[in-house]
Design a protein around this ligand. Sequence first.
Ligand code: ZN
Ligand code: ZN
Length: 170
Amino acid sequence: MRYEDYMGNVARLAVELVNADGEGELSEATDLMFAEHHVERPAWPELTALLPPLREAVAAVAEGGHLGPVNRLLTRFPPRLHVSDHDGPGTAHLHYAPDGEPALRWLGRTCAAALAQIACGTPEVTIGRCRAAGCPRFFVDQSRNRSRRFCGNTCASRTTVAAHRARQRR
Ligand SMILES: [Zn+2]
Ligand SMILES: [Zn+2]
C-alpha cells in the first residue's frame, strides 16, 4: 500500500463514518483497515464521542475554511506516530495510533492526523462536499484533475436530471 493510498484509505474511512452518521454497516474496506491494525470493529454507540467533532473537522477540510475543528480533534485524540510495514518490505507507511487500541481512540488519532495533513495540501487526496441540492455527504477525491463533485452516482444523475428539467422549463 503506497503512502498516499493509505492517506486515501484513512480519508475514506473518516468520510464514511461522517456520512453514515451512526447508522448502517461499515464497508469492507473499513473492516479491512480495522483487521490490518488489530482494532476491534466498533459498534456505533462506542463512537458517539467521535462523530460530532469528526464531522466538524471533515467539513472544515472540505470547505477549506477555518481549521479550528481539525486542531480540536488533534487535541482530543493526539496522534502517536510510528512507521509500519506490516504488508511487507517496501510498504512502509505512517501509523498515527498504536495497533490494537480501542476503536474510538485509534479512529480519533488516525482520522485527526490524516485530516490535518490533507488540510495542509497532501497532494494525492482532497475531501469535498457533495454539490447535489440537500445532500449532506462528503467524498474523497483522488481523480487526476480533482473534478469530482458528487458523493455518488445517485446524486450525480439526480442533479443532471434536475438541470435538464430546468432547461426545458426555460
Ligand atoms: Zn498500516
Ligand atoms: Zn450526495
